[in-house]
Design a protein around this ligand. Structure first.
Ligand SMILES: CC(C)(COP(=O)(O)OP(=O)(O)OC[C@H]1O[C@@H](n2cnc3c(N)ncnc32)[C@H](O)[C@@H]1OP(=O)(O)O)[C@@H](O)C(=O)NCCC(=O)NCCS
Length: 159
C-alpha cells in the first residue's frame, strides 16, 4: 500500500469521527465537531494519511505549547484504519508530528492506555519513555493511562 501524508482538512472531520468510534469505543471517541474545533485551535496541527485512491486511512494531531523559553508539545491523537495496520502509516504520521515538535523545541508528552501494547511499542520506537501513570484517565471506560515523554532534540544535545 502506498500512502501520502497531508494536512487534515475540514472535510476530513466526518471520516476521522467514523474511525474514532472504531478505535476508541469506551474511551470518549471524538465527534466530527471536535475535530473541526481542533482544526481552528491555535497551536494545533492535524495531519492525515491517504491511500492511492485518496481514502483517509490514518490521522494524528499535536498541540505546540509552552513559550519560547520553555516549549513543549502534546500529542492529542493518532489512529490508523484497522484494515491498514502495520504498513507504516502510524509511524509516518508520528514522524510528521515529531518534525513539527522538534521545530517548536522542547519535550513531547502523550497519554496512552496502559494495555495498548501496539501504541506503546510505536512510541518507544521513536524515543518515548514512560514517566508516570494516571489512574482512571479514560472515561467512561475508567482505564489507566501511562504518560510518556520524549526529550526535545536540543535538550538531548545539552545533556
Ligand atoms: C497504534 C497505531 C496508530 C499504530 O498504527 P500502524 O499504522 O499499525 O503502525 P505502523 O505500521 O507504523 O507501526 C510502526 C511500529 O509500531 C510498532 N507496532 C505497531 N503496531 C504494533 C502491534 N500491534 N504490536 C506491536 N508493535 C506494534 C512496531 O514497532 C511497528 O514497526 P514494525 O511494523 O516495523 O514492527 C494503531 O495500532 C492504531 O490505530 N491503534 C488504535 C488507536 C490507538 O490506540 N492510538 C493510540 C492512542 S494513544
Amino acid at each position: 500500500m502506498t500512502f501520502r501524508i497531508e494536512p487534515m482538512a475540514g472535510a476530513d472531520a466526518e471520516r476521522c469521527a467514523e474511525l474514532e468510534v472504531l478505535l476508541f469505543t469506551g474511551d470518549g471517541p471524538w465527534s466530527a465537531e471536535a475535530f473541526r474545533a481542533e482544526l481552528v485551535a491555535p497551536h494545533a496541527h492535524y495531519t492525515v494519511a491517504r491511500d492511492d485512491v485518496g481514502q483517509l486511512v490514518g490521522y494524528a494531531g499535536i498541540a505546540l505549547l509552552g513559550n519560547s523559553s520553555q516549549p513543549e508539545s502534546e500529542i492529542h491523537t493518532i489512529g490508523t484504519d484497522p484494515a491498514c495496520r502495520r504498513r507504516g502509516v502510524g509511524r509516518a504520521l508520528l514522524d510528521e508530528l515529531l518534525r513539527r515538535a522538534d521545530a517548536h523545541g522542547g519535550p513531547v508528552y502523550l497519554e496512552v492506555r496502559t494495555d495498548n501494547d501496539a501504541a506503546i511499542a510505536l512510541y518507544r520506537h521513536v524515543g518515548f519513555e514512560i514517566v508516570g501513570t494516571r489512574k482512571k484517565y479514560y472515561q467512561p471506560s475508567g482505564a489507566d493511562a501511562f504518560t510518556m515523554r520524549r526529550s526535545g532534540s536540543r535538550e538531548e544535545q545539552v545533556q
